[in-house]
Design a protein around this ligand. Structure first.
Ligand code: 13P
Length: 293
C-alpha cells in the first residue's frame, strides 16, 4: 500500500469489516436531514459508517454541503468517513481530491467511475486519477464492467447497457491501484420493481472476491429493496461496504411527499430525520456493524 494511504480511515474501516465478517453502510446523502440521521444512528449504535455524496453536491452547493458532511464526520464520536460516489468526470475528481475542510482532506475516498468509457480508456483514466488521489492520501474505488441503471444525482448514463464484471477484469482494475472494487453481478441502480426481480449471480461475486481478497475491498451498489437475507448473503460472499439509498430513505421520501405544506417545515425536517435514522439503525443490526465502532 502506498505510504500516504497508511492512515486512510476508509481503508482501515473496510479492512476491519472484512476481518470481522460484517458490512459497513455507505449512506447516499442528499441533504442535512440524512447527514444528521446518519451521525445520530452511528453514535447511538456505536457503528462505523461512510457518508456518500454524489458530484451533484458540488455542482449544487460548491463546497458547502461537502464541508458540512466532512465536519460531521470529523466531529462524530465514532469513525465516520466521507466518500464521493460515482464521480464520472475527470475535473470533478481532481476538484474533490483537492477539497479541504478545516485543513484536512474533505474526502477519505473517491469513486472514479469511468464505466461510461470503453474498457481500455476506462482503465487508463482510472490509473491516472488513482495516482492523483493516492498522492493526497485519498482511497479510490472503481467499477469494472458496468452496473445497469441510474439514480438521482448521478450523470445520466442509464441508457448504457450493463456489463457483468469478470474476475479477469476485476484484476485489470485492481492493477490500476484502486482500493475498493464495485462489481456488476446482476445488481442494478434504481428500482428492481419487486424482490422477485433481484437476480444476483453469487458464483460470479464469489469468484471476483477470490481474486480481490487481500488486494481490495468489495463494495455493493444498487441495493434498493434488498431484504436482510440478500444483504447478509452478499456479506458472506465478501462485500464490505453496502451502499444504501432508498433502502434507508423510502419512509422519509413518502413522509415528505405526504406532508409537505401540511406541517411546519421544522416538523417535516425533524420527523423526516427520525424516519431515516430508524431505518439506518435497523440496517446496522442487519449487516452486523452495530457495536463495531
Ligand atoms: P441505489 O441502490 O439507488 O443505486 O443507491 C445505492 C448506490 O449504489 C449508490 O452508488
Amino acid at each position: 500500500m502506498p505510504e500516504k494511504l497508511k492512515n486512510n480511515r476508509a481503508i482501515a474501516m473496510l479492512d476491519a469489516a472484512a476481518d470481522g465478517g460484517y458490512g459497513v453502510l455507505g449512506i447516499v446523502s442528499y441533504n442535512l436531514e440524512t447527514i444528521v440521521a446518519a451521525v445520530r444512528a452511528a453514535e447511538r449504535k456505536r457503528s462505523p459508517i461512510q457518508i456518500l455524496l454524489f458530484p451533484w453536491a458540488i455542482h449544487y452547493a460548491n463546497g458547502l454541503l461537502v464541508n458540512l458532511a466532512a465536519d460531521a464526520c470529523r466531529s462524530a464520536s465514532v469513525p465516520i468517513t466521507l466518500h464521493m460516489d460515482h464521480a464520472q468526470e475527470e475535473d470533478i475528481i481532481v476538484k474533490a481530491a483537492d477539497m479541504q475542510t478545516q485543513g484536512q482532506n474533505s474526502f477519505d475516498s473517491i469513486m472514479i467511475d469511468m464505466s461510461h468509457y470503453e474498457k481500455e480508456e476506462n482503465l487508463a483514466k482510472t490509473k491516472k486519477l488513482v495516482a492523483h488521489c493516492h498522492a493526497r492520501g485519498i482511497a479510490t474505488e472503481a467499477e469494472p464492467g458496468r452496473i445497469e441503471g441510474g439514480e438521482d444525482g448521478v450523470k445520466d448514463t442509464a441508457e448504457l447497457e450493463g456489463l457483468l464484471t469478470t474476475p479477469e477484469e476485476a484484476q485489470e482494475f485492481i492493477d490500476t491501484g484502486i482500493d475498493f472494487l464495485a462489481p456488476a453481478f446482476g445488481n442494478v441502480h434504481g428500482n428492481y420493481y419487486g424482490v422477485k426481480n433481484i437476480k444476483l449471480d453469487y458464483p460470479r461475486l464469489d469468484s471476483i472476491h477470490r481474486k480481490a481478497k487481500g488486494q481490495v475491498r468489495i463494495v455493493l451498489h444498487g441495493t434498493n429493496e434488498f431484504p436482510p437475507d440478500i444483504l447478509q448473503k452478499c456479506i458472506k460472499s465478501g462485500v464490505t461496504r453496502i451502499n444504501v439509498n432508498k433502502l434507508v430513505l423510502h419512509k422519509y421520501n413518502a413522509y415528505v411527499e405526504e406532508n409537505t405544506g401540511k406541517v411546519p417545515l421544522t416538523e417535516l425536517m425533524e420527523k423526516g430525520t427520525q424516519l431515516i435514522q430508524g431505518l439506518i439503525e435497523e440496517h446496522m443490526d442487519i449487516i452486523g456493524s452495530t457495536g463495531k465502532a
